[in-house]
Write a protein that binds this ligand. Structure first.
Ligand SMILES: [Fe+2]
Length: 120
């Protein structure tokens, strides 16, 4: 197992991550370093495994688009409210997103990817 990359997310008010996967990798994860005490929005969402092409479409913004009417397939299958020092590790192919941060304070997290290298 090899750590392929990692990065820091500083998510201020209004920031979000639209649905995506980390294709080609094995495991992904996020560690929440700083979470506002009164976090509004900003939950971590896992989705059903629908077509990845939808995620890269410029028209597809799901419920991240103002005024968008939620469709049945838009609903996440699991939602997690981030807390400081919480670690989430998941298969890299699982579609996920982060809701809009409605808090006035920043949320800071560390994200990373692992890849399993097979030598046979
Ligand atoms: Fe991600």
């Amino acid at each position: 197992m090899k750590l392929t990359n990692f990065w820091i997310n500083i998510s201020g008010k209004g920031s979000s991550n639209t649905p995506h996967t980390h294709s080609g990798l094995t495991y992904s994860g996020v560690f929440f370093i700083k979470v506002p005490k009164e976090m509004k929005g900003g939950r971590f969402l896992f989705y059903r495994n629908f077509n990845e092409a939808d995620f890269i479409s410029t028209e597809y913004m799901g419920h991240f688009k103002e005024g968008y009417q939620m469709q049945g397939y838009d609903y996440p299958i699991n939602t997690i409210s981030p807390k400081e020092n919480m670690l989430i590790v998941f298969p890299a192919w699982v579609p996920h997103a982060v809701e809009i941060n409605l808090s006035d304070k920043e949320r800071i997290s560390l994200s990373f990817n692992f890849k399993l290298n097979r030598s046979f």
